[in-house]
Design a protein around this ligand. Sequence first.
Ligand code: ADP
Ligand code: MG
Length: 862
Amino acid sequence: KPPKEKRKPESAPPACIHQTVYVPVHRSTEVQEARLRLPILAEEQQVMETINENPIVIVAGETGSGKTTQLPQFLYEAGYAQHKMIGVTEPRRVAAIAMSKRVAHEMNLPESEVSYLIRFEGNVTPATRIKFMTDGVLLKEIETDFLLSKYSVIILDEAHERSVYTDILVGLLSRIVPLRNKRGQPLKLIIMSATLRVTDFTENTRLFKIPPPLLKVEARQFPVTIHFQKRTPDDYVAEAYRKTLKIHNQLPEGGILIFVTGQQEVNQLVRKLRRTFPYHPPAKDVAEVDKVSQEAKEETKDDAAETVEDPKELEFDMKRVIRNIRKSKKKFLAQIALPKINLDDYKLPGDDTEADMHEQEDDADNEREGLEEDQEDDDELGLEGESGMASGQRQPLWVLPLYSLLSSEKQNRIFQPVPEGCRLCVVSTNVAETSLTIPHIKYVVDCGRQKTRLYDKLTGVSAFVVTYTSKASADQRAGRAGRISAGHCYRLYSSAVYNDCFEDFSQPDIQKKPVEDLMLQMRCMGIDRVVHFPFPSPPDQVQLQAAEQRLTVLGALEATKSEKTDLPPAVTRLGQVISRFPVAPRFGKMLALSHQQNLLPYTVCLVAALSVQEVLIETGVQRDEDVAPGANRFHRKRQSWAASGNYQLLGDPMVLLRAVGAAEYAGSQGRLSEFCATNGLRQKAMSEVRKLRVQLTNEINLNVSDVELGVDPELKPPTDAQARFLRQILLAGMGDRVARKVPLADIADKEERRRLKYAYHCADMEEPAFLHVSSVLRQKTPEWVVYQEVYELQNGDSTKMFIRGITAIEPEWLLLYVPLLCNIREVREDPAPRFDEASGKIYCHVDATFGKSSWELPLGEV
Ligand code: ADP
Ligand code: MG
């Protein structure tokens, strides 16, 4: 083997000094005056000199200092947009749209020149000079144009959010920039962050050999008084409502900004506040107010369908999609509808109680309470000395919602003047934390929580959960109150909770997500050595290798390495298809395999239900597997959902399939919440499942052209044959989660036999795992199964493992669906090999075993 050639030390990248030319911009006086108040304007010269002289620059500065709106303008004026475009990425779609509109307005340029592009929507034209886009969009562009040859500058905005796409872009651009410089077509990279915590970018020598210069932009910030709550209430929405009433009734002028976690909460609170403080406008404003109250009604209607906030690239607004598809892809129009669920097929016996009206009553109660308490306890705002407003004289409140999925016209209302005599009150998700700066805010009410997508390391299954934010986020939120004068931030949690339960910073997304996902996506982009990729914060190396292993077993990566190069195995065609679905690869594979036998609608339902966590409420069964079946009051019902024939072998996924179908039925009759309550389903999860079904259906119709869902199929319960296919599809996705019943016949001891009645061996694990008591397959205990999840529970001093989400499989399927985990011992001559004309392949019978434990398989064909 010849000695490896020594790498030449790399010389410093050429400075690529940009020759400034002045491109005039004609701004209105009003805009010019507003600009001059922004801190970044004072720094223009220094900022631009640094950028002109360095290929990569980091700009960190307080939110609201003018980074996003002004920097692209500086660059434009210095001639960066003359031959190529200025690209700006945002992790949030809201910001991409709002900022492009704002910059177009400030520069007095049409939207065809300052444009935006988000997934499925945009107004980019050949004339576009400044392009705002989501980070996912730029990543996709790199797939087809690695050198980003259309751009002269890329600004990665909001890098402190550490979204996975922005992180990967930082890594990719750290390599693209020197390449472009080498070719004499310099590309500038500007990384912008709202916090000063940028060491992951500056001190990471794998990323940048020479640390890029860091520019700090100071913003004027008035002091903000922080008020903690004595207790931390669970119902923070109700608490936010109460607090807002108090602020509005007792404190001097100044806008109120309220942070809650999701769209549904935003709408709920906006509705309550508008009801409590109806706005009676002077005559000329009536039309505007009618519009607002009409919209309030519409927003209320939306509520039922929408629960998830900030879906970034993973989800999208149906209305927008449809509008867009109408424009571009007429032929798909007919296929957008979800499959019709045949109502009677899913009607379950004994669920016809009256719909309950409690929710509405609750609302009314709270309002009354809120008002009464208001008069009782005056101290709570902690504002002795400040002159309050007499509670009687109520000023109208101008209440506006803000969240990602809100249309951009409605979002824009936060920047428009507040009707005279009104106080502004914006109810927002964490969109207003750093991406958008709302003018005139003096009071911030912070619930201290956020909705995040958490991934289960074991299953790769993800869920939206509400967690505490970080200290850094809480401080950002508080900072929003100090922009015009001294402000106040009311935290709806105690200082103890802040100290003990809040992390200093949120962990970068890339370290929270399962890496299979990411690995496949990057490999599809042509990044072969993911292990060597310069991540700002790399995921665990061991996990990367394990992910490669799992992807190989799934068939997404070639099983054999190419012999000539030492590159890792290539992505297969199946892998390419899998990577297009916004779910874990194992679920993507299930979708990719289901285009036969009209199985797709079922697989879509199943994958959606499996991807959303805790669809079923479990009561009293999690502690031990020995709790008798029936202890769970929903258990028997579920048993009956999966009772007959092949359905029974489909097992626990059949329960989910029925749940989705039956919930759809109940929903169509306006009885969803009652249905969920009587059947132990989480209503929120059910609406998430529905959203994901819509999304997957669209994804299939739009992107995977050779797989079509067909026009409006009806979702009858699967036939026996289909149920059998579904079991095979589940096996294909869960090939690394096969378990086999512990053979009881060999065990002489009676006591031991009883103990091991529900015991299974999981492939590759020593200890047996027990069939979870919630499984509908407990009575049958089939010999071979696949499971969705295995987990461990502490039981006194010992631990015990459980498997759940069980489906029965046939061992002869393993050779076909999980060939890589099968070991072939002998190829039989008898029965004789068979030539299959359709595939042109020869099939032989083989003796084989499965997995490391070498489980004997029945004679099968390969
Ligand atoms: P940064 O990126 O540093 O957080 P921005 O550039 O987003 O700051 O914001 C600068 C200023 O521009 C803020 O004061 C904000 O209120 C204002 N602004 C942004 N968009 C609009 C808009 N559509 N209408 C009026 N003012 C706006
Ligand atoms: Mg910004």
